[in-house]
Design a protein around this ligand. Sequence first.
Ligand SMILES: Cc1cc2nc3c(=O)[nH]c(=O)nc-3n(C[C@H](O)[C@H](O)[C@H](O)COP(=O)(O)O)c2cc1C
Length: 379
Amino acid sequence: MATDLSVTFTGLRFENPFLLASAPPTESESNITRAFDAGWGGVVTKTIGLHPVTNVAGPKTKFLRATPDSSQLSMRKRPGTALHSSWNWELISDKTLDWWVPRLGRIKQAYPSRVLVTSIMAGSGSDSELKHWQTLARACQDEGADALELNLSCPHMDRPDMGSNIGKDPELVSVVTQAVKEVARVPVWAKLTPSTTDIVLEARGAFLGGADAVSSTNTFPSLPLIDPETLEFEMNVDGLVSSGGLGGPAILPQSIAKMSQLTKAFPDCAFSGIGGVAEFGHALNYFLLGCGTVQVCTAAMLDHAIGPNVVKQLVAGMRDTMERYGWSSLDEFRGLRRDRVVLHSQIRRPEGEAYRGGYDAEGYAGAEAATEPAPVTKG
Ligand SMILES: Cc1cc2nc3c(=O)[nH]c(=O)nc-3n(C[C@H](O)[C@H](O)[C@H](O)COP(=O)(O)O)c2cc1C
């Protein structure tokens, strides 16, 4: 049987389940058309707002790299390093809706079979702010956008009614989603922040508001490291820094933990997995946990800005893996490992003589140390 990489997600057909996430790779018409030519099944545009934004002076994104055989972590570019993560404090698109509108139309006309998702963002502090979401939604869908992704997750917004400050409040998530759903004729995806205690609560808010899917995750709030030579943050403006977002390989295990919570809580809902994907083996985690699509940012930024080699590997890796296991479509393996994540108390404990308490593993002193009597404390 032929291997079919196409998927249907929130009612939309994708040639393959790989999308560029909302970020620099999708910030312009030329990037997006190059991305489609390179083979991405879809793109989520850089987040579009109603008002112009001004980014910080200096770089908006840098990459933290590890040196093998030492514990050095630094953003300094040097040979023989491995990528640890991206760090950014970039705001939403610095182009306004008016700039985007004709470009969205042109992209869709040129690539009718590719999926164009527009990411949008406004505030939530008043009725007029909620109307801004509706204005953005209408304008994008009128130009042919196939879906809308609500940015409820940008981690560096000072305004308390924007970005991840919405995403941290399940009621606001619901209110904003509902406002967009009132005018939307296309599917609505809610992109959530990982920086809450229980992402299931915010996802419930999104689904109660009518979301057709949840995308997870955005970057994790973090700081750049301080350089021991200069005592300055490796990224700063005039010596000052502010909380930004961590992406790339470092967040893959954390992001799949969030996704596992989501897909277990809502096994029948649609999820788009994001965070740390650079090759098919990474994407497979999200699919086996129940995702219907996967999005990529950091790895694509570092591969000719839009990831032509990354998408080739994702597509080839998916085809090879499906052939190896005899799967003919994503539906045959989506969610296969969702139920393997259980409560800690459900994990089997060893019995009898074989029990060495895990002390003969890397990072532990050994079984003898573990059997030393515990020190007696008085008090
Ligand atoms: C420089 C940069 C800019 C980003 N801008 C946006 C944005 O405008 N809207 C959004 O929803 N996410 C934005 N993101 C988050 C990404 O879409 C993605 O969720 C995150 O980087 C995790 O994926 P990754 O590990 O593949 O990078 C941005 C990420 C980076 C690195």
